[in-house]
Design a protein around this ligand. Structure first.
Ligand SMILES: Nc1nc2c(ncn2[C@@H]2O[C@H](COP(=O)(O)OP(=O)(O)OP(=O)(O)O)[C@@H](O)[C@H]2O)c(=O)[nH]1
Ligand SMILES: [Mg+2]
Length: 290
């Protein structure tokens, strides 16, 4: 039996969460086309007959602009401490941006074993993909280069074989049925946050935090009351929308996904509160982003 701990590292939006959702076959991590969707790290536990691999979905590597951003960076560095393998995730971009270069600088300093994934291959022509593979091979930083697509599933078998070969001999750390140790109620908070990210523009959803106030589950239903914290008083009207249209759309979209995820009827109520500029307040950030 081989087992180990593996990090996914990359700038926001390259598809780290999408890759892990595809790998486990369940949408555990929220996914949007907005950068900095993932805020906390989440374990994805992959078990088959020969191995158990515990993957960490991490927030995107970024230049922190506030305490929340710093805390998200700390999560990445902490997870790197005990990892058996760090997977650097790049996307289909042909030219490296500034953050891509910073991610590669991080890889240069990283003493762990490292491989690189080129994600979103479905968006690349064959010759472009060849060029990118060559580019990452020539860096001489990574044990190997794996082109994949989290949308089509291309390249996953080769990727899993490659990871397996690097894993040390080890025990089954978790029950083989387990796919995460994150509680369902936290996944529900994330589902709701995803809808804010999808339906609201610009900065507002990045300043939203959701805390579960009440969570009552029985055999076939779940009743949830969440507090939605906003950063500013004047965001409230935008979040609620005319006659509540915006907030109702968000709640209905979230409920639909929550019901699909749990296979139970979900009742969802929210209260809106203001925590002025909470992203700059280290105390609040630390208590919320654990
Ligand atoms: N075409 C294509 N789109 C993809 C692929 N993988 C992810 N995406 C899209 O890329 C966007 C970002 O995906 P995420 O999985 O949220 O990216 P992330 O790296 O986790 O982002 P952060 O959490 O912000 O760090 C979403 O719109 C995904 O649907 C892929 O293989 N092909
Ligand atoms: Mg993510």
């Amino acid at each position: 039996m081989r087992s180990g701990f593996v990090n996914l590292i990359g700038r926001p939006n390259v598809g780290k969460s999408s890759i892990l959702n595809h790998l486990i076959g369940v949408k555990l991590s929220i996914v949007t086309d907005r950068p900095q969707t993932t805020r906390k790290s989440m374990k994805f536990i992959y078990t088959d007959e020969r191995s158990q691999i515990i993957f960490f979905d991490n927030p995107g590597f970024q230049d922190p602009k506030n305490k929340l951003g710093q805390e998200m960076q700390n999560i990445i560095y902490n997870n790197m401490k005990d990892a058996d393998l760090d997977i650097y995730v790049m996307d289909n971009s042909l030219e490296n941006g500034r953050l891509d270069n910073k991610v590669l600088d991080l890889a240069r300093e990283d003493k762990n074993k490292k491989i690189v994934i080129i994600n979103k291959c479905d968006l690349l022509k064959e010759d472009e993909l060849e060029m990118l593979i060559q580019k990452y091979k020539e860096l001489d930083l990574f044990i190997d280069v794996y082109p994949v697509s989290a949308v089509t599933g291309y390249g996953f078998k080769e990727l899993l074989d490659g990871i397996y070969n690097i894993m040390p001999e080890g025990p089954l750390y978790y029950d083989e049925e387990m796919i995460t140790d994150t509680m369902t109620r936290e996944i529900m908070e994330e589902i709701l946050r995803e809808k804010f990210l999808i339906f609201l523009n610009e900065e507002i959803p990045h300043g939203i935090n959701i805390e579960t106030e009440e969570y009552i589950e029985d055999e076939d239903s779940i009743s949830i009351r969440d507090i939605v914290y906003l950063e500013r008083e004047n965001h409230k009207a935008i979040v609620i929308g005319k006659n509540g249209t915006m907030i109702n759309r968000i709640i209905n979209a979230a409920k639909k996904d929550m019901q699909e995820f749990t296979n139970k009827k979900v009742r969802l109520k929210i209260d809106i509160k203001i925590r002025k500029n909470w992203r700059k307040n280290i105390g609040i950030v630390k208590s919320w982003i654990k």
